[in-house]
Design a protein around this ligand. Structure first.
Ligand code: FAD
Ligand code: NAD
Length: 474
Protein backbone atom coordinates (compact mmCIF):
# COMPACT_ATOMS: atom_id res chain seq x y z
CA UNK A 1 0.00 0.00 0.00
CA UNK A 2 1.33 3.47 -0.88
CA UNK A 3 1.55 6.37 1.60
CA UNK A 4 -1.65 7.43 3.25
CA UNK A 5 -3.41 10.49 1.81
CA UNK A 6 -5.40 13.08 3.72
CA UNK A 7 -8.07 12.98 1.01
CA UNK A 8 -8.91 10.60 -1.83
CA UNK A 9 -11.56 11.76 -4.29
CA UNK A 10 -13.29 9.14 -6.45
CA UNK A 11 -14.44 10.86 -9.65
CA UNK A 12 -12.86 13.88 -11.35
CA UNK A 13 -16.01 15.54 -12.67
CA UNK A 14 -16.91 19.09 -11.60
CA UNK A 15 -17.68 18.03 -8.03
CA UNK A 16 -14.62 15.83 -7.62
CA UNK A 17 -12.02 18.07 -9.23
CA UNK A 18 -13.21 21.11 -7.28
CA UNK A 19 -13.01 19.10 -4.06
CA UNK A 20 -9.50 17.92 -4.90
CA UNK A 21 -8.11 21.31 -5.89
CA UNK A 22 -9.60 23.05 -2.85
CA UNK A 23 -8.28 20.27 -0.56
CA UNK A 24 -4.80 20.64 -2.05
CA UNK A 25 -4.98 24.43 -1.69
CA UNK A 26 -5.71 23.89 1.99
CA UNK A 27 -2.51 21.85 2.35
CA UNK A 28 -4.11 18.39 2.35
CA UNK A 29 -2.28 15.54 0.66
CA UNK A 30 -4.76 14.67 -2.05
CA UNK A 31 -5.32 11.93 -4.62
CA UNK A 32 -7.99 11.55 -7.30
CA UNK A 33 -9.16 8.33 -8.95
CA UNK A 34 -11.05 8.63 -12.24
CA UNK A 35 -11.93 6.08 -14.89
CA UNK A 36 -13.12 8.27 -17.78
CA UNK A 37 -11.44 7.26 -21.05
CA UNK A 38 -11.06 9.97 -23.69
CA UNK A 39 -11.25 9.53 -27.47
CA UNK A 40 -7.48 8.83 -27.58
CA UNK A 41 -7.80 5.97 -25.07
CA UNK A 42 -6.11 8.07 -22.40
CA UNK A 43 -7.53 9.40 -19.16
CA UNK A 44 -9.81 12.42 -19.68
CA UNK A 45 -10.46 14.34 -16.48
CA UNK A 46 -13.50 16.58 -15.98
CA UNK A 47 -16.26 13.95 -15.95
CA UNK A 48 -19.55 14.26 -17.79
CA UNK A 49 -19.42 18.05 -17.81
CA UNK A 50 -16.17 18.49 -19.73
CA UNK A 51 -16.31 15.34 -21.86
CA UNK A 52 -19.95 14.78 -22.86
CA UNK A 53 -22.00 17.44 -21.09
CA UNK A 54 -21.90 21.17 -20.40
CA UNK A 55 -18.89 22.20 -22.45
CA UNK A 56 -19.30 20.15 -25.66
CA UNK A 57 -23.04 20.87 -25.76
CA UNK A 58 -22.42 24.60 -25.45
CA UNK A 59 -19.76 24.41 -28.19
CA UNK A 60 -22.28 22.83 -30.58
CA UNK A 61 -25.05 25.20 -29.48
CA UNK A 62 -22.82 28.14 -30.33
CA UNK A 63 -21.71 26.74 -33.70
CA UNK A 64 -25.28 25.87 -34.70
CA UNK A 65 -26.49 29.29 -33.59
CA UNK A 66 -23.99 30.96 -35.97
CA UNK A 67 -25.35 28.86 -38.83
CA UNK A 68 -28.99 29.46 -37.91
CA UNK A 69 -28.40 33.22 -37.71
CA UNK A 70 -27.15 33.31 -41.31
CA UNK A 71 -30.64 32.59 -42.57
CA UNK A 72 -32.80 33.80 -39.70
CA UNK A 73 -31.14 36.85 -38.21
CA UNK A 74 -28.61 38.39 -40.61
CA UNK A 75 -31.11 39.17 -43.43
CA UNK A 76 -32.89 41.58 -41.04
CA UNK A 77 -29.57 43.45 -40.75
CA UNK A 78 -29.37 43.64 -44.54
CA UNK A 79 -26.71 40.95 -44.73
CA UNK A 80 -27.21 37.92 -46.90
CA UNK A 81 -25.05 34.90 -47.40
CA UNK A 82 -25.88 32.46 -50.14
CA UNK A 83 -25.30 28.73 -50.17
CA UNK A 84 -24.04 28.59 -46.62
CA UNK A 85 -22.99 25.07 -45.67
CA UNK A 86 -21.90 23.31 -42.54
CA UNK A 87 -18.78 21.18 -42.65
CA UNK A 88 -19.75 18.69 -39.95
CA UNK A 89 -16.19 17.44 -39.51
CA UNK A 90 -15.03 20.93 -38.59
CA UNK A 91 -18.21 21.53 -36.55
CA UNK A 92 -17.62 18.42 -34.41
CA UNK A 93 -13.82 18.80 -34.53
CA UNK A 94 -14.00 22.29 -32.98
CA UNK A 95 -16.03 20.85 -30.10
CA UNK A 96 -13.49 18.08 -29.62
CA UNK A 97 -10.61 20.55 -29.51
CA UNK A 98 -12.41 22.51 -26.81
CA UNK A 99 -13.04 19.33 -24.81
CA UNK A 100 -9.37 18.38 -25.05
CA UNK A 101 -8.28 21.85 -24.01
CA UNK A 102 -10.41 21.73 -20.88
CA UNK A 103 -9.81 18.09 -19.85
CA UNK A 104 -6.08 18.72 -20.33
CA UNK A 105 -6.51 21.89 -18.27
CA UNK A 106 -7.76 19.86 -15.31
CA UNK A 107 -4.72 17.57 -15.59
CA UNK A 108 -2.48 20.67 -15.52
CA UNK A 109 -4.30 22.01 -12.47
CA UNK A 110 -3.80 18.67 -10.70
CA UNK A 111 -0.10 18.82 -11.46
CA UNK A 112 0.19 22.44 -10.33
CA UNK A 113 -1.57 21.59 -7.07
CA UNK A 114 0.53 18.43 -6.52
CA UNK A 115 -2.53 16.17 -6.65
CA UNK A 116 -1.78 12.49 -7.33
CA UNK A 117 -3.95 11.22 -10.16
CA UNK A 118 -4.87 7.54 -10.54
CA UNK A 119 -6.40 6.29 -13.82
CA UNK A 120 -8.86 3.52 -13.04
CA UNK A 121 -11.98 2.52 -11.17
CA UNK A 122 -12.09 3.25 -7.47
CA UNK A 123 -13.95 1.13 -4.96
CA UNK A 124 -14.42 2.27 -1.38
CA UNK A 125 -13.41 -0.42 1.10
CA UNK A 126 -14.07 -0.47 4.84
CA UNK A 127 -11.71 1.74 6.83
CA UNK A 128 -11.42 4.49 4.18
CA UNK A 129 -9.28 2.47 1.84
CA UNK A 130 -9.81 2.64 -1.90
CA UNK A 131 -9.08 -0.20 -4.28
CA UNK A 132 -8.01 1.15 -7.67
CA UNK A 133 -8.39 -1.15 -10.67
CA UNK A 134 -6.50 0.13 -13.70
CA UNK A 135 -7.75 -0.44 -17.24
CA UNK A 136 -5.18 -3.25 -17.56
CA UNK A 137 -6.81 -4.98 -14.58
CA UNK A 138 -3.92 -4.22 -12.21
CA UNK A 139 -5.07 -3.50 -8.67
CA UNK A 140 -3.65 -1.42 -5.86
CA UNK A 141 -5.07 -0.22 -2.58
CA UNK A 142 -4.62 3.31 -1.30
CA UNK A 143 -5.86 4.81 1.96
CA UNK A 144 -6.85 8.19 3.32
CA UNK A 145 -8.29 9.87 6.39
CA UNK A 146 -11.12 11.17 4.21
CA UNK A 147 -12.70 9.82 1.03
CA UNK A 148 -14.96 11.99 -1.14
CA UNK A 149 -17.30 10.06 -3.43
CA UNK A 150 -17.98 12.07 -6.61
CA UNK A 151 -18.99 9.36 -9.06
CA UNK A 152 -21.58 11.45 -10.90
CA UNK A 153 -24.46 10.24 -13.02
CA UNK A 154 -25.32 8.38 -16.22
CA UNK A 155 -28.30 8.61 -18.59
CA UNK A 156 -31.43 6.66 -17.68
CA UNK A 157 -32.10 3.91 -20.21
CA UNK A 158 -35.62 2.97 -21.28
CA UNK A 159 -36.06 -0.82 -21.39
CA UNK A 160 -37.96 -0.60 -24.69
CA UNK A 161 -35.49 1.83 -26.31
CA UNK A 162 -32.05 0.60 -25.24
CA UNK A 163 -29.02 2.62 -26.30
CA UNK A 164 -27.11 1.01 -29.17
CA UNK A 165 -24.73 3.94 -29.71
CA UNK A 166 -25.70 4.13 -33.38
CA UNK A 167 -29.42 4.61 -33.88
CA UNK A 168 -30.69 4.96 -30.33
CA UNK A 169 -28.32 7.35 -28.65
CA UNK A 170 -27.70 9.25 -25.42
CA UNK A 171 -26.14 12.69 -24.91
CA UNK A 172 -22.67 11.44 -25.86
CA UNK A 173 -23.99 10.03 -29.15
CA UNK A 174 -25.92 13.20 -29.95
CA UNK A 175 -22.72 15.23 -29.56
CA UNK A 176 -20.88 13.38 -32.31
CA UNK A 177 -23.22 12.52 -35.16
CA UNK A 178 -21.33 12.25 -38.44
CA UNK A 179 -24.25 13.48 -40.55
CA UNK A 180 -27.25 15.69 -39.88
CA UNK A 181 -30.14 13.25 -39.45
CA UNK A 182 -33.07 14.01 -41.72
CA UNK A 183 -35.44 13.01 -38.92
CA UNK A 184 -34.37 13.15 -35.28
CA UNK A 185 -36.62 11.77 -32.57
CA UNK A 186 -36.05 12.94 -29.00
CA UNK A 187 -37.61 11.28 -25.98
CA UNK A 188 -37.93 13.82 -23.17
CA UNK A 189 -38.47 17.58 -23.54
CA UNK A 190 -36.11 18.29 -20.66
CA UNK A 191 -32.88 20.22 -20.63
CA UNK A 192 -30.86 17.82 -22.81
CA UNK A 193 -33.73 17.21 -25.25
CA UNK A 194 -34.24 20.93 -25.78
CA UNK A 195 -30.55 21.86 -26.02
CA UNK A 196 -29.39 19.01 -28.26
CA UNK A 197 -32.70 18.97 -30.18
CA UNK A 198 -32.03 22.66 -30.94
CA UNK A 199 -28.50 21.95 -32.20
CA UNK A 200 -29.65 19.47 -34.84
CA UNK A 201 -32.83 21.40 -35.70
CA UNK A 202 -30.71 24.47 -36.50
CA UNK A 203 -28.67 22.36 -38.92
CA UNK A 204 -31.83 21.25 -40.68
CA UNK A 205 -33.04 18.04 -38.98
CA UNK A 206 -36.79 17.55 -38.57
CA UNK A 207 -36.96 17.20 -34.80
CA UNK A 208 -39.88 15.57 -33.01
CA UNK A 209 -39.79 15.59 -29.22
CA UNK A 210 -41.95 13.15 -27.27
CA UNK A 211 -42.62 14.27 -23.70
CA UNK A 212 -44.55 12.20 -21.16
CA UNK A 213 -45.84 15.08 -19.05
CA UNK A 214 -48.90 17.08 -20.13
CA UNK A 215 -47.21 20.36 -19.20
CA UNK A 216 -44.21 21.77 -21.09
CA UNK A 217 -41.07 22.39 -19.00
CA UNK A 218 -42.88 21.83 -15.71
CA UNK A 219 -39.66 22.53 -13.78
CA UNK A 220 -39.69 26.21 -14.90
CA UNK A 221 -42.10 29.04 -14.10
CA UNK A 222 -45.26 28.66 -16.20
CA UNK A 223 -44.95 32.11 -17.86
CA UNK A 224 -41.39 31.34 -18.95
CA UNK A 225 -42.38 27.90 -20.23
CA UNK A 226 -45.21 29.45 -22.27
CA UNK A 227 -42.90 31.89 -24.10
CA UNK A 228 -40.30 29.17 -24.63
CA UNK A 229 -42.87 26.73 -26.07
CA UNK A 230 -44.06 29.39 -28.53
CA UNK A 231 -40.52 30.24 -29.68
CA UNK A 232 -39.43 26.60 -30.01
CA UNK A 233 -42.54 25.87 -32.10
CA UNK A 234 -41.61 28.80 -34.40
CA UNK A 235 -38.14 27.26 -34.81
CA UNK A 236 -39.75 24.01 -35.92
CA UNK A 237 -39.18 21.87 -32.83
CA UNK A 238 -42.25 19.64 -32.88
CA UNK A 239 -42.91 18.97 -29.19
CA UNK A 240 -45.60 16.40 -28.44
CA UNK A 241 -46.80 16.60 -24.84
CA UNK A 242 -48.63 13.94 -22.88
CA UNK A 243 -47.03 11.39 -25.18
CA UNK A 244 -45.66 8.09 -23.95
CA UNK A 245 -43.26 5.98 -25.96
CA UNK A 246 -44.24 2.30 -26.04
CA UNK A 247 -41.77 0.85 -28.48
CA UNK A 248 -38.68 1.76 -30.50
CA UNK A 249 -37.56 -0.75 -33.08
CA UNK A 250 -34.48 -0.33 -35.27
CA UNK A 251 -35.21 -1.32 -38.88
CA UNK A 252 -33.38 -0.77 -42.15
CA UNK A 253 -35.14 2.52 -42.90
CA UNK A 254 -34.84 4.00 -39.42
CA UNK A 255 -36.07 3.72 -35.86
CA UNK A 256 -39.78 2.90 -35.77
CA UNK A 257 -41.51 4.47 -32.79
CA UNK A 258 -44.89 3.68 -31.34
CA UNK A 259 -46.20 6.16 -28.80
CA UNK A 260 -49.53 7.00 -27.23
CA UNK A 261 -50.89 10.53 -26.92
CA UNK A 262 -54.34 11.96 -26.20
CA UNK A 263 -55.55 10.80 -29.61
CA UNK A 264 -54.41 7.21 -29.11
CA UNK A 265 -51.56 5.19 -30.60
CA UNK A 266 -49.24 7.03 -33.00
CA UNK A 267 -46.38 5.88 -35.22
CA UNK A 268 -43.26 7.75 -36.25
CA UNK A 269 -40.10 6.76 -38.11
CA UNK A 270 -36.88 8.66 -37.38
CA UNK A 271 -33.27 8.25 -38.49
CA UNK A 272 -31.82 8.71 -35.01
CA UNK A 273 -33.46 8.56 -31.61
CA UNK A 274 -32.02 10.57 -28.71
CA UNK A 275 -33.29 9.30 -25.38
CA UNK A 276 -33.00 12.07 -22.76
CA UNK A 277 -35.39 11.13 -19.98
CA UNK A 278 -33.17 12.13 -17.08
CA UNK A 279 -30.03 10.86 -15.39
CA UNK A 280 -29.41 8.62 -12.40
CA UNK A 281 -26.66 8.58 -9.80
CA UNK A 282 -23.83 6.26 -10.85
CA UNK A 283 -22.52 4.00 -8.09
CA UNK A 284 -21.88 0.71 -9.91
CA UNK A 285 -18.90 -1.02 -8.27
CA UNK A 286 -18.20 2.03 -6.09
CA UNK A 287 -18.90 0.57 -2.66
CA UNK A 288 -17.77 -2.66 -1.02
CA UNK A 289 -20.66 -4.36 0.82
CA UNK A 290 -19.43 -3.50 4.31
CA UNK A 291 -18.65 0.24 4.03
CA UNK A 292 -21.86 1.36 5.75
CA UNK A 293 -22.55 3.98 3.06
CA UNK A 294 -26.26 3.97 2.22
CA UNK A 295 -28.14 4.55 -1.02
CA UNK A 296 -31.67 6.01 -1.15
CA UNK A 297 -34.64 4.66 -3.12
CA UNK A 298 -33.35 6.42 -6.27
CA UNK A 299 -29.87 4.95 -5.93
CA UNK A 300 -28.29 8.20 -4.71
CA UNK A 301 -25.67 8.19 -1.96
CA UNK A 302 -27.36 9.31 1.26
CA UNK A 303 -25.75 12.41 2.80
CA UNK A 304 -26.66 15.02 5.39
CA UNK A 305 -26.65 18.80 4.81
CA UNK A 306 -22.84 18.74 5.03
CA UNK A 307 -22.49 16.06 2.33
CA UNK A 308 -21.40 13.59 5.00
CA UNK A 309 -22.47 9.97 4.54
CA UNK A 310 -22.62 9.19 8.24
CA UNK A 311 -19.54 6.94 7.92
CA UNK A 312 -16.51 8.49 9.58
CA UNK A 313 -14.44 10.39 6.99
CA UNK A 314 -16.66 9.49 4.01
CA UNK A 315 -18.35 12.29 2.07
CA UNK A 316 -20.28 12.46 -1.20
CA UNK A 317 -20.96 15.32 -3.61
CA UNK A 318 -22.39 16.25 -7.03
CA UNK A 319 -24.82 14.28 -9.18
CA UNK A 320 -24.36 11.16 -7.03
CA UNK A 321 -26.28 12.81 -4.15
CA UNK A 322 -29.61 14.61 -3.68
CA UNK A 323 -30.25 18.02 -5.24
CA UNK A 324 -30.18 19.33 -8.80
CA UNK A 325 -27.81 17.66 -11.25
CA UNK A 326 -25.88 20.79 -12.16
CA UNK A 327 -22.14 21.25 -12.51
CA UNK A 328 -22.05 24.41 -10.39
CA UNK A 329 -23.96 22.67 -7.57
CA UNK A 330 -21.21 20.03 -7.63
CA UNK A 331 -18.47 22.71 -7.69
CA UNK A 332 -19.81 24.28 -4.51
CA UNK A 333 -20.33 20.97 -2.69
CA UNK A 334 -16.82 19.81 -3.62
CA UNK A 335 -15.20 22.99 -2.32
CA UNK A 336 -17.35 23.06 0.82
CA UNK A 337 -16.45 19.46 1.75
CA UNK A 338 -12.74 20.20 1.35
CA UNK A 339 -13.19 23.16 3.70
CA UNK A 340 -15.14 21.13 6.25
CA UNK A 341 -12.41 18.48 6.17
CA UNK A 342 -9.82 21.19 6.79
CA UNK A 343 -11.84 22.47 9.75
CA UNK A 344 -13.06 25.56 7.94
CA UNK A 345 -16.57 26.93 7.40
CA UNK A 346 -17.72 25.51 4.08
CA UNK A 347 -21.10 26.58 2.73
CA UNK A 348 -23.50 25.78 -0.11
CA UNK A 349 -26.43 28.11 -0.83
CA UNK A 350 -28.91 25.55 -2.14
CA UNK A 351 -31.80 28.05 -2.24
CA UNK A 352 -30.21 30.32 -4.83
CA UNK A 353 -28.69 27.81 -7.25
CA UNK A 354 -29.34 29.26 -10.73
CA UNK A 355 -30.71 27.12 -13.57
CA UNK A 356 -29.90 27.94 -17.18
CA UNK A 357 -31.13 26.29 -20.37
CA UNK A 358 -28.97 27.34 -23.30
CA UNK A 359 -31.61 27.34 -26.01
CA UNK A 360 -32.65 30.35 -28.11
CA UNK A 361 -34.09 32.21 -26.38
CA UNK A 362 -32.14 31.26 -23.28
CA UNK A 363 -34.02 30.36 -20.12
CA UNK A 364 -32.73 31.14 -16.62
CA UNK A 365 -34.11 31.23 -13.14
CA UNK A 366 -33.29 31.19 -9.46
CA UNK A 367 -35.52 30.80 -6.43
CA UNK A 368 -39.18 29.86 -6.28
CA UNK A 369 -41.69 29.76 -9.12
CA UNK A 370 -45.03 31.53 -8.78
CA UNK A 371 -46.77 28.15 -8.50
CA UNK A 372 -44.48 27.01 -5.66
CA UNK A 373 -45.20 30.20 -3.71
CA UNK A 374 -48.94 29.85 -4.32
CA UNK A 375 -48.84 26.21 -3.12
CA UNK A 376 -46.87 27.26 -0.04
CA UNK A 377 -49.33 30.08 0.71
CA UNK A 378 -46.58 32.72 0.66
CA UNK A 379 -47.96 36.23 -0.15
CA UNK A 380 -46.11 37.67 -3.14
CA UNK A 381 -46.15 40.40 -5.77
CA UNK A 382 -44.89 40.11 -9.35
CA UNK A 383 -43.10 42.48 -11.69
CA UNK A 384 -42.47 41.69 -15.34
CA UNK A 385 -40.72 43.40 -18.20
CA UNK A 386 -40.58 42.38 -21.87
CA UNK A 387 -37.36 42.44 -23.91
CA UNK A 388 -39.47 43.96 -26.73
CA UNK A 389 -39.21 47.28 -24.85
CA UNK A 390 -35.43 47.03 -24.28
CA UNK A 391 -33.51 49.12 -26.79
CA UNK A 392 -30.45 46.87 -26.79
CA UNK A 393 -32.51 43.73 -27.41
CA UNK A 394 -34.31 45.40 -30.32
CA UNK A 395 -30.98 46.63 -31.75
CA UNK A 396 -29.74 43.03 -31.59
CA UNK A 397 -32.93 41.76 -33.26
CA UNK A 398 -33.39 39.46 -30.27
CA UNK A 399 -36.30 41.21 -28.55
CA UNK A 400 -38.08 38.06 -27.38
CA UNK A 401 -39.15 37.04 -23.88
CA UNK A 402 -39.29 38.73 -20.52
CA UNK A 403 -37.94 39.03 -17.00
CA UNK A 404 -40.34 38.14 -14.19
CA UNK A 405 -39.43 39.04 -10.63
CA UNK A 406 -41.35 37.75 -7.63
CA UNK A 407 -40.99 39.48 -4.26
CA UNK A 408 -42.59 38.89 -0.86
CA UNK A 409 -45.81 40.95 -0.64
CA UNK A 410 -44.92 42.36 2.77
CA UNK A 411 -41.12 42.39 3.07
CA UNK A 412 -40.36 42.91 -0.65
CA UNK A 413 -37.55 40.32 -0.40
CA UNK A 414 -36.86 38.76 -3.82
CA UNK A 415 -38.12 35.18 -3.77
CA UNK A 416 -37.61 34.20 -7.40
CA UNK A 417 -36.55 35.57 -10.77
CA UNK A 418 -37.55 33.84 -14.01
CA UNK A 419 -36.26 34.88 -17.39
CA UNK A 420 -36.53 33.89 -20.99
CA UNK A 421 -34.76 35.97 -23.59
CA UNK A 422 -31.38 37.11 -24.91
CA UNK A 423 -28.37 36.78 -22.63
CA UNK A 424 -30.38 35.69 -19.59
CA UNK A 425 -27.71 33.10 -18.72
CA UNK A 426 -25.60 36.07 -17.64
CA UNK A 427 -28.39 38.33 -16.32
CA UNK A 428 -29.43 35.76 -13.72
CA UNK A 429 -26.13 36.28 -11.84
CA UNK A 430 -27.16 39.76 -10.72
CA UNK A 431 -30.41 38.39 -9.32
CA UNK A 432 -28.62 35.57 -7.51
CA UNK A 433 -26.32 38.10 -5.84
CA UNK A 434 -29.30 40.20 -4.78
CA UNK A 435 -31.12 37.13 -3.43
CA UNK A 436 -28.01 35.88 -1.65
CA UNK A 437 -27.71 39.26 0.10
CA UNK A 438 -31.42 38.95 1.03
CA UNK A 439 -32.11 41.88 -1.29
CA UNK A 440 -35.50 43.38 -2.11
CA UNK A 441 -36.95 44.40 -5.46
CA UNK A 442 -36.52 47.97 -4.18
CA UNK A 443 -32.75 47.34 -3.90
CA UNK A 444 -32.50 46.30 -7.56
CA UNK A 445 -34.85 49.10 -8.60
CA UNK A 446 -32.51 51.67 -7.01
CA UNK A 447 -29.29 50.30 -8.54
CA UNK A 448 -28.03 52.12 -11.64
CA UNK A 449 -28.04 49.84 -14.70
CA UNK A 450 -26.09 50.90 -17.80
CA UNK A 451 -28.05 52.02 -20.84
CA UNK A 452 -28.58 50.53 -23.31
CA UNK A 453 -28.05 47.02 -21.95
CA UNK A 454 -30.09 43.84 -21.57
CA UNK A 455 -29.72 44.24 -17.79
CA UNK A 456 -32.24 47.08 -17.98
CA UNK A 457 -34.89 44.36 -18.24
CA UNK A 458 -33.95 43.25 -14.71
CA UNK A 459 -34.07 46.87 -13.51
CA UNK A 460 -37.47 47.50 -15.11
CA UNK A 461 -38.87 44.20 -13.78
CA UNK A 462 -37.77 45.30 -10.30
CA UNK A 463 -39.50 48.67 -10.82
CA UNK A 464 -42.55 46.82 -12.11
CA UNK A 465 -42.92 44.88 -8.83
CA UNK A 466 -43.98 48.24 -7.37
CA UNK A 467 -45.91 49.16 -10.54
CA UNK A 468 -43.48 51.90 -11.56
CA UNK A 469 -41.74 50.49 -14.63
CA UNK A 470 -41.00 53.38 -16.97
CA UNK A 471 -41.14 51.79 -20.40
CA UNK A 472 -44.42 49.89 -20.11
CA UNK A 473 -47.91 50.36 -18.68
CA UNK A 474 -48.17 49.06 -15.11
P1 FAD B 1 -19.66 13.65 -13.36
O1 FAD B 1 -19.40 14.86 -14.15
O2 FAD B 1 -20.61 12.64 -13.90
O3 FAD B 1 -18.24 12.98 -13.10
C1 FAD B 1 -18.09 11.78 -12.43
C2 FAD B 1 -16.75 11.19 -12.80
O4 FAD B 1 -16.49 10.08 -11.96
C3 FAD B 1 -16.68 10.64 -14.23
O5 FAD B 1 -15.48 11.02 -14.83
C4 FAD B 1 -16.73 9.13 -14.04
O6 FAD B 1 -16.06 8.42 -15.07
C5 FAD B 1 -16.02 8.99 -12.71
N1 FAD B 1 -16.34 7.78 -11.96
C6 FAD B 1 -17.55 7.30 -11.61
N2 FAD B 1 -17.43 6.20 -10.84
C7 FAD B 1 -16.11 6.01 -10.69
C8 FAD B 1 -15.35 5.04 -10.00
N3 FAD B 1 -15.91 4.08 -9.27
N4 FAD B 1 -14.00 5.11 -10.08
C9 FAD B 1 -13.40 6.09 -10.80
N5 FAD B 1 -14.06 7.03 -11.47
C10 FAD B 1 -15.41 6.99 -11.42
N6 FAD B 1 -24.78 21.18 -15.89
C11 FAD B 1 -24.67 22.52 -15.81
O7 FAD B 1 -24.58 23.05 -14.71
N7 FAD B 1 -24.67 23.31 -16.93
C12 FAD B 1 -24.79 22.77 -18.17
O8 FAD B 1 -24.79 23.51 -19.16
C13 FAD B 1 -24.90 21.37 -18.29
N8 FAD B 1 -25.01 20.79 -19.50
C14 FAD B 1 -25.09 19.43 -19.60
C15 FAD B 1 -25.23 18.87 -20.85
C16 FAD B 1 -25.32 17.50 -20.99
C17 FAD B 1 -25.47 16.91 -22.35
C18 FAD B 1 -25.26 16.67 -19.82
C19 FAD B 1 -25.32 15.19 -19.94
C20 FAD B 1 -25.13 17.23 -18.57
C21 FAD B 1 -25.06 18.61 -18.44
N9 FAD B 1 -24.96 19.22 -17.19
C22 FAD B 1 -24.88 20.58 -17.10
C23 FAD B 1 -24.92 18.43 -15.94
C24 FAD B 1 -23.47 18.27 -15.48
O9 FAD B 1 -22.71 17.69 -16.51
C25 FAD B 1 -23.43 17.41 -14.23
O10 FAD B 1 -24.28 17.98 -13.25
C26 FAD B 1 -22.02 17.33 -13.68
O11 FAD B 1 -21.12 16.81 -14.63
C27 FAD B 1 -21.99 16.46 -12.42
O12 FAD B 1 -20.70 16.48 -11.90
P2 FAD B 1 -20.13 15.29 -10.98
O13 FAD B 1 -18.74 15.65 -10.69
O14 FAD B 1 -21.07 15.05 -9.88
O15 FAD B 1 -20.20 13.99 -11.90
P1 NAD C 1 -34.59 16.22 -17.48
O1 NAD C 1 -35.01 15.74 -16.16
O2 NAD C 1 -34.21 17.63 -17.64
O3 NAD C 1 -35.74 15.95 -18.54
C1 NAD C 1 -36.24 14.67 -18.79
C2 NAD C 1 -37.60 14.83 -19.44
O4 NAD C 1 -37.99 13.56 -19.90
C3 NAD C 1 -38.67 15.31 -18.46
O5 NAD C 1 -39.39 16.36 -19.04
C4 NAD C 1 -39.52 14.07 -18.24
O6 NAD C 1 -40.88 14.36 -17.99
C5 NAD C 1 -39.35 13.35 -19.56
N1 NAD C 1 -39.56 11.91 -19.51
C6 NAD C 1 -39.18 11.04 -18.55
N2 NAD C 1 -39.52 9.77 -18.89
C7 NAD C 1 -40.10 9.86 -20.12
C8 NAD C 1 -40.63 8.90 -21.02
N3 NAD C 1 -40.63 7.60 -20.72
N4 NAD C 1 -41.15 9.34 -22.18
C9 NAD C 1 -41.15 10.65 -22.49
N5 NAD C 1 -40.66 11.61 -21.68
C10 NAD C 1 -40.13 11.21 -20.51
O7 NAD C 1 -33.42 15.23 -17.93
P2 NAD C 1 -32.35 15.33 -19.11
O8 NAD C 1 -32.79 16.28 -20.14
O9 NAD C 1 -32.04 13.93 -19.47
O10 NAD C 1 -31.11 15.96 -18.38
C11 NAD C 1 -30.60 15.35 -17.20
C12 NAD C 1 -30.06 16.38 -16.28
O11 NAD C 1 -28.82 16.88 -16.77
C13 NAD C 1 -30.92 17.63 -16.15
O12 NAD C 1 -31.98 17.46 -15.24
C14 NAD C 1 -29.95 18.61 -15.64
O13 NAD C 1 -29.82 18.43 -14.26
C15 NAD C 1 -28.67 18.21 -16.33
N6 NAD C 1 -28.44 19.09 -17.48
C16 NAD C 1 -28.32 20.43 -17.26
C17 NAD C 1 -28.13 21.29 -18.32
C18 NAD C 1 -28.03 22.75 -18.05
O14 NAD C 1 -27.82 23.12 -16.92
N7 NAD C 1 -28.16 23.62 -19.05
C19 NAD C 1 -28.07 20.81 -19.62
C20 NAD C 1 -28.23 19.45 -19.81
C21 NAD C 1 -28.40 18.60 -18.73
Amino acid sequence: MSDKFDVIVIGAGPAGYHAAIRAAQLGLKTAVVDAFVGKDGKQALGGTCLNVGCIPSKALLDSSKQFYNLAHNLPVHGISVENAKVDLKTFIGRKEKIVKQFTGGVAQLFKANKITSFFGTGKLLKGNQVEVTGNDGARQTIAATNVILASGSVPIELPFAKFDGKNIIDNAGALELDAVPKRLGVIGAGVIGLELGSVWRRLGAEVTVIEALPEFLAVADADVAKVAAREFAKQGLDIKLNAKLNKAEVKKDGVHLVYTDKDGEQKLVVDKLLVAVGRRAYTAGLLADDTGVKLDERGRIVVDEHCHTGVDGVWAVGDAVRGPMLAHKGFEEGMAVAEWIAGKAGHVSYDTIPWVIYTEPEIAWAGKTEKQLKDEGVPYKVGTFPFAAIGRAVAMNEAVGQVKMIAHAETDRILGVHMVGPGVSELIAECVVAMEFKGSSEDLARIVHAHPTLSEAVHEAALSVDKRAIHKGN
